[in-house]
Write a protein that binds this ligand. Structure first.
Ligand code: GDP
Length: 528
């Protein structure tokens, strides 16, 4: 193998593909903008989602998104940094879209867990952390907003280890308490990295590395305390260990102020240093696809109507092996049909740009991807199938009907489209019929999105009638008759063929389990 720029092995080795997981308001958008500022942005694929009125909004393709000031779409931001190529995949911040986030996390090699210094671990962070743990994704923790009064550093570490069982191994340690941010002690070199306030964080903050003696003279007690605490951490096994980190047992920690651009360059350096590069990807047959195998990719997101001018459908695929070249004809593993990639893109939203080449770890947007669904594998030459992306356990259910029954064709097409995109899960039964399927969601906002799109994109306004269920369990065909006879329980079939038994609450579920111990009632991938 030659070490040319198009060698997938060397290209993969200089790539870092990650996502930020956090609770809303922890500073994810601010950090994303700051990262882009520190690096040279190559591609912006609908990722930087400013809050209403903020700059950098490129994913405002949907009115609803604009009205709520949240990002519903997910895509990728690609930038170069010190010779590396970094792909930052966007994850929707709203809890209702955790299913979407789950899919994005199936396409990354590492995650950054962003924690608000004053709030510590919050519900959405915990949920997303569980997804990362489930997938074995290594996590780098960033404690943000250290420029503002917050909790004690050691106390935050304690919360991380006791609540999620990850051993924190700080790479930097703050000098000065939260709200009195002087800088950080670089625990690997012992140097003091001084924090310099820049006006509004608008420019890349200069990072001065000073010798410990200089820090001691300048910062006095704040420095002494930081050194003492750092020593305490070392004595307590709190030093970075690469193997433990990659195994998902420890989490390196950095302290930052995203809004003032401090710690952002350090985060990029750490990503380059320790985050894993794209590696051979496990396949359904128990093997793994090496990065230098012929091209293969996993579809992790499908989206329609991203641009109201072009009512098209874009499938986002993460390259797993080989080199992607625009125009190549790939095979869709599910149907074995060819798929032409003439319209591969890297930029979405208002601006679009064509993408010509991509390597393992990169995200390719495939336009006119009518046949592609979330979880699909694409390949050339050597067939491969990657394991499907599991669906989340839905907790909200509603019957959906066309308001105008004369528009049934539009209704059916719209529902199918939303189902394929994974906007909502669609459950059916002979009893309910095709005209009144059941929508199932992790969060109720998914219903809002579905109903909005049915009306605006498919010209089929819908009526939603909530159902009194809150839990779903996977069952099997031979148990359906028994379950159907139980009052308040219903069995429906999901698009992927799974049979889901719906229960009003967990008390009903446990009483059914007690009365019929032989039934298969398997939990689905939980969202919490
Ligand atoms: P997101 O919901 O996680 O994307 O959070 P945003 O990036 O929108 O940030 C939420 C709020 O926190 C905004 O008002 C930011 O200006 C503010 N913020 C973000 N990072 C910092 C920080 O490091 N320090 C301070 N003081 N405020 C911050």
């Amino acid at each position: 193998m030659h070490d040319t720029p198009s060698d997938p092995v060397s290209e993969a080795s200089r790539r870092r593909t990650f996502a930020v997981i956090s609770h809303p308001d922890a500073g994810k958008s601010t950090l994303t903008e700051a990262l882009a500022l520190h690096a040279r942005v190559i591609h912006e694929a609908g990722a930087v989602h400013g809050k209403a009125g903020r700059r950098g909004t490129v994913s405002d393709w949907m009115d609803l998104e604009k009205a709520r000031g949240i990002s519903i779409t997910s895509a990728a931001l690609q930038f170069s940094y010190k010779g590396a190529v970094v792909n930052l995949l966007d994850t929707p911040g709203h809890a209702d879209f955790s299913e979407d986030t789950y899919r994005v996390l199936s396409a990354v090699d590492a995650a950054v867990m962003l924690v608000d210094a004053a709030r510590g671990l919050e519900p959405q962070t915990l949920k997303l952390f569980e997804v990362c743990r489930h997938r074995g994704i290594p996590i780098i923790t960033v404690i943000n907003k250290w420029d503002r009064p917050g909790r004690d550093g050691l106390e935050l570490l304690d919360e991380i280890s006791t609540r999620i069982g990850l051993k924190p191994t700080p790479l930097t340690w703050p000098v000065g308490i939260a709200g009195d941010f002087r800088g950080v002690l670089d625990r690997r070199t012992g140097a003091f990295i001084r924090f310099t306030r820049t006006a509004g964080g608008a420019t890349v903050a200069p990072e001065e590395h000073l010798a410990p003696e200089v820090a001691a003279a300048q910062e006095g007690d704040a420095w002494t305390t930081a050194v003492e605490e750092s020593e305490l951490l070392s004595a307590d096994d709190g030093d970075h260990d690469q193997e433990q980190f990659l195994a998902g047992r420890t989490t390196p920690v950095l302290f930052a102020s995203a809004v003032l651009n401090f710690g952002v360059g350090q985060l990029l350096d750490v990503l380059l240093d320790i985050a894993p590069a794209p590696a051979p990807r496990p396949t359904v047959d128990g093997g793994a696809r090496p990065v230098d195998a012929p091209f293969s990719a996993l579809v992790f997101k499908v989206q329609a109507g991203m641009d109201s001018a072009h009512r098209d459908r874009v499938a986002f695929a993460r390259v797993c092996s080989g080199v992607f070249e625009r125009g190549m004809v790939v095979t869709h593993a599910g149907t074995r049909r060819p798929f032409a990639t003439k319209y591969a893109q890297a930029v979405f939203g208002r601006e679009r740009s064509t993408l010509d080449t991509a390597f393992p770890g990169d995200v390719v947007g495939l336009v006119n991807a009518q046949a592609l669904r979330v979880g699909d594998t694409l390949y050339v030459d050597q067939p491969v199938v990657f394991p499907p992306i599991p669906s989340f356990a839905p907790e909200h259910f509603a019957v959906v009907r066309a308001k105008d029954t004369g528009r049934y064709k539009q209704f059916r097409r719209g529902i199918e489209q939303l189902e394929q995109e994974g906007v909502v899960q669609v459950l059916r039964s002979d009893l309910r019929g095709e005209q009144a399927p059941v929508l199932a969601a992790v969060g109720p906002m998914q219903f809002e999105v579905a109903s909005h799109r049915m009306e605006n994109e498919f010209s089929s306004a819908v009526l939603l009638e909530p159902l009194p269920y809150s839990m779903a369990r996977r069952t099997r065909a031979e148990d359906v008759a028994v379950l159907d006879a139980v009052r308040g329980v219903e069995v429906l079939r999901r698009g992927d063929g799974a049979l889901l038994a719906l229960f009003p609450d967990r008390w009903r579920l446990s009483s059914v389990q007690r009365e019929h111990p032989g039934l298969l009632l398997e939990p689905l991938v939980a969202s919490a």
